[in-house]
Write a protein that binds this ligand. Structure first.
Ligand code: NI
Length: 162
């Protein structure tokens, strides 16, 4: 299991860099991240959370103790992601983060998003995501921009106050 960075560690506040090489070490990192995420009962994990400042995350929604109502999907490795379109509709939902043990907060996310990303072989994928899976994608994407739930909550509260 890889060590998971907790809030306050510098790596979590940095903008992650694009992945250039789709090689064996990248696949091995993704495999270790998947194992780490499963052991921690997460539904997603981003490379900066394991000390790697690159634009890669895994989303893997499945019902578990932390998210009993989560839909089941095969784990997906997401590399160099882009959010192309965002629904006007936003939904509030409870989120936690492996880097913020024990914290749960209500976060507003776009209900659906159109995304584009590369898989482990470097192939581009494009799809619409919605609901909980769209939520995971937006949460993990934030990690690549150096934002955790705490910073997202601050942005949200500033928006509400203006
Ligand atoms: Ni997180």
């Amino acid at each position: 299991m890889l060590a998971i960075a907790t809030h306050g560690e510098r790596i979590l506040g940095l903008t992650a860099q694009p992945v250039q090489l789709f090689d064996e070490p990248l696949a091995a990192l993704a495999e270790k991240m998947l194992e780490t995420m499963k052991l921690a009962q997460g539904v997603g994990i981003a490379a900066p959370q394991v000390g790697q400042g690159i634009r890669l995350f895994i989303m893997a929604s499945h019902p578990n103790d932390r998210y009993p109502d989560a839909p089941l999907m095969a784990p997906q490795v997401v590399i160099n992601p882009q959010i192309l379109k965002r629904s006007g509709k936003m939904l509030a939902g409870e989120e936690g983060c492996l880097s913020l043990p024990g914290e749960r907060v209500q976060i507003l996310r776009h209900e659906s998003i159109e995304v584009r990303y590369q898989d482990l072989s470097g192939e581009w994928q494009q799809e619409w995501l919605q609901g909980f899976i769209a939520r995971i994608f937006q949460h993990e994407y934030d990690h690549l921009e150096g934002l955790t739930l705490r910073e997202r909550l601050e942005i949200q509260n500033q928006g509400a106050g203006s």
